[in-house]
Write a protein that binds this ligand. Structure first.
Ligand code: NAD
Length: 368
């Protein structure tokens, strides 16, 4: 399956850069290793808003990876990106010839930045082509698809991570510490909300269930679910949810606003909500000896936090650069990513259970 020159080059680099013992740290990756000084090549698949507005610019300031290639269905974008980012013709693919990337040693990581319905296909094709994968959130249409994606990457011996940029963001890292270490004592309440008022195109893939898997819950609510999970450091056992729709024509196919309550071990409950009709972005936590909160909470910048002790005074960083650099270092240093496919799967199990609860009108179990 692998191009032999490609493999031999890697095998040579492995000998050059690592001793035998390194494989014990990350046995799944023992066939690939690089000198720590090498920047890994990333190919972005799908050159829409997030790739052009955030990821490609972030890749201009990364230390351990760079924008090496692109995969696009639009020839005009291929040529404008090629000249803007100096991407050689040999590193440009379309969705049909994408699998030929297997023969391209410049590309180490494929970053899937497509509508959700295409995440599974391109993640699996990338892994089969011998590439490590970053897949955007939400990981897939449902938990069953996530399981297939994880299995495909394991089978191909490739690392899979999800584009959960906030795990690398200083305010969110602080919230994980405050919550999980119970710095202000046992948590007594947690509310997380994320949404915006839809002003976009009514023909967007985000409003088509077949392409998006769902509406604001999949797109925005996933951040609030993540926040509940990483602030408590626990996995929810049950969920009860309800849906509200004020614009049934615009949101005919997908959810507009959803409210949910996650039940954690020992009965602790968190509140969450997502919307395409409300500008929400906060995480508010109360604990026995104080409070902590982020507001706004989930954007690319401008995150602000305070606790009972005062303002958090933490920097806003380039989240995408930090996220991609960390993944490159995980590959280079043979360590596990903090946002693996399994993390995406857990959120999809919660999302599946939220939709199930809305349909049944009952509290539903979450099988994490
Ligand atoms: P977008 O609509 O701006 O871009 C989607 C791209 O996919 C376009 O280039 C389009 O041409 C291409 N595409 C290929 N096949 C398509 C099809 N059948 N239908 C529609 N488009 C098709 O979307 P986006 O905002 O860039 O989102 C892409 C992915 O990135 C999504 O999974 C989204 O959830 C994720 N995203 C993540 C963040 C984050 O902060 N992590 C932010 C924005 C988007």
């Amino acid at each position: 399956m692998k191009n032999s020159n490609f493999y031999n080059r890697r095998a040579f680099l492995r000998t050059l850069s690592y001793g035998i013992g390194a494989a014990a740290i990350m046995p799944a990756l023992d066939t690939f290793a690089f000198p720590a000084s090498r920047k890994l090549g990333i190919a972005l698949v799908g050159l829409g808003g997030y790739s052009s507005g955030q990821l490609a610019p972030a890749l201009q300031s990364t230390a351990h990876c760079y924008l090496a290639g692109i995969v696009t269905g639009t020839p005009a974008k291929a040529s404008s990106w090629s000249s803007q980012y100096k991407i050689p013709q040999k590193n440009i693919y379309n969705y049909e010839n994408f699998d030929r990337i297997i023969d391209n040693p410049d590309i180490d990581i494929v970053y899937v930045v497509l509508p959700v319905a295409l995440h599974k296909e391109f993640t699996i094709r990338a892994a089969k082509a011998g590439k490590h994968v970053i897949c955007e959130k939400p990981m897939a249409l449902n938990a069953a698809d996530c399981v297939e994606m994880i299995a495909a990457c394991k089978q191909a011996n490739r690392m899979l991570s999800i584009g959960y940029r906030l795990h690398f963001e200083p305010h969110h890292i602080e919230v994980m510490r405050l919550g999980q270490k119970q710095i202000y004592g046992k948590l007594s309440s947690l509310e997380a909300a994320n949404g915006f008022t839809w002003g976009g195109n009514k023909d967007s893939w985000r409003l088509k269930k077949a392409l998006s898997g769902g509406g604001a819950l999949m797109d925005m609510g996933i951040y609030a679910i993540q926040a509940s999970r990483y602030t408590t450091g626990q996995e929810p056992l049950f969920v009860k949810a309800r849906e509200e729709k004020t614009k049934p024509e615009l949101f005919a196919d997908v959810d507009e606003t959803i409210y949910w309550e996650l039940e954690f071990p020992e009965g602790f409950k968190t509140e969450g909500k997502s919307s395409y009709n409300n500008n929400w972005s906060y995480l508010k936590v109360e604990a026995a000896k104080g409070i902590f909160e982020l507001s706004p909470s989930y954007g690319y910048g401008g995150i602000s936090g305070k606790t009972s002790s005062g303002m958090m005074n933490l920097p806003n960083i380039n989240q995408q650069a930090a996220q991609m650099d960390d993944f490159a270092q995980c590959i280079l240093q043979k360590r596990a990513t903090r946002v693996p496919g399994e993390e995406g799967l857990k959120d999809m199990k919660v999302i599946d259970a939220i939709y199930k609860s809305i349909a049944s009108g009952k509290k539903e179990a979450i099988q994490i």
